[in-house]
Design a protein around this ligand. Structure first.
Ligand SMILES: [Zn+2]
Length: 321
């Protein structure tokens, strides 16, 4: 047996708690939590890591769950549930309920928590969270926290756009019905198709029916045709979810894959029926929609990268529920 996995048990670390503590947020990155803990105790993050590793390292990667628990005074199990990167260090891991919890790895990404939720819980300017692909809108504060919102000030206010906010509910419902793996694969394909359908050429704005206000202080004021920016991602979210719903549906998906023009027309008519009237023409014109579907992972339903700890061996292998 290798002794390397037990190395952290013998590493010297802190022997007593710091004067002040703070509670970790769900799925917070270790770095984000340590910065907040350091700020609460009026020391730098580097000094805290030095304390946690007894001067052995300046890397957060070498900080142990036991050391953070001692220094913060927070129970190890609470830290293991909240901080994905330290979770597997818990000494009683089999008793930790893992299924459905967010993994600290691709395809998940790190983005700031909703700025209004953060303001109610802490004095910190931001809390960084591991996000799955469906974590896009804070339902409580109606802010876009999805792709493109890499800074709290970029979180687009969606209070005037209930259809965009509701798309988050529809997205989560799809995951409850079909599982993460299937929905994420279909969602990526749907996003690619919608980008293709709405693109109007280099330097020309995308065809978008929603007029979302830019966040205060947002860099580019003349809304460029850039699908990576948070305003664009929020504005197209309902239609991408709509197309995802069709692609995961065992009734409608075969029509999109079919070689028959009549079958494809049935899929197109259903897609059009579910779109806002301003978008009807988009679904009417482009045959590329079906080419993208047939060449996408949707046609194979294979996604080897889970976003949460799987609850069954079948899901661990990327199978649908
Ligand atoms: Zn919020």
């Amino acid at each position: 047996m290798s002794v390397a996995p037990l190395d952290h048990l013998f590493r010297p670390g802190p022997r007593r708690a710091l004067p002040r503590t703070c509670r970790p947020s769900q799925d917070e990155t270790t770095g984000s939590y340590l910065l907040r803990l350091a700020a609460a105790n009026r020391i730098t993050g580097a000094d805290l890591v030095d304390y946690l590793t007894a001067g052995a390292s300046q890397s957060i990667a070498n900080v142990s769950l036991a050391a953070v628990s001692t220094a913060s005074g927070q129970p190890p199990v609470a830290l293991a549930y909240a901080l994905p990167e330290l979770r597997t260090q818990h000494t009683d891991l089999p008793r930790v309920a893992l299924p459905g919890r967010t993994l600290p790895a691709k395809p998940n990404t790190v983005r700031p928590a909703c700025r209004r939720c953060t303001a109610t819980r802490t004095t910190a300017e931001r809390i960084d969270i591991w996000r799955r692909h469906e974590h896009n809108i804070c339902q409580r504060h109606r802010l876009w926290i999805g792709p493109g919102a890499g800074h709290p000030r970029d979180q687009v206010d969606l209070a005037a756009h209930p259809d965009v906010v509701h798309a988050q509910v529809r997205h989560r419902r799809l995951i409850r019905l079909h599982g993460h793996t299937i929905v994420h694969t279909a969602y990526r394909t749907a996003g690619e198709i919608w980008e293709m359908l709405t693109h109007r050429g280099w330097g020309v704005p995308y065809a978008l029916a929603r007029d979302l206000h830019l966040p205060h202080g947002f860099g580019h004021q003349n809304w460029p045709a850039d699908p990576r920016d948070p305003v664009h991602r929020a504005a197209v979210y309902p239609e991408v979810v709509t197309l995802t719903e069709l692609l995961v549906c065992t009734h409608w998906r075969p029509f999109a894959m079919s070689a028959s023009a009549a079958d494809r027309d049935r899929f197109r008519a259903e897609f059009q029926r579910r779109l806002p009237p301003a978008y009807h023409d988009l679904a009417n014109t482009d045959l590329q929609l079906f080419t993208i579907v047939r060449h996408s992972p949707v046609a194979q339903w294979h996604d080897p990268q889970p976003e949460t700890y799987p609850s069954t061996p079948a899901q661990a292998q990327g199978a649908d529920r």
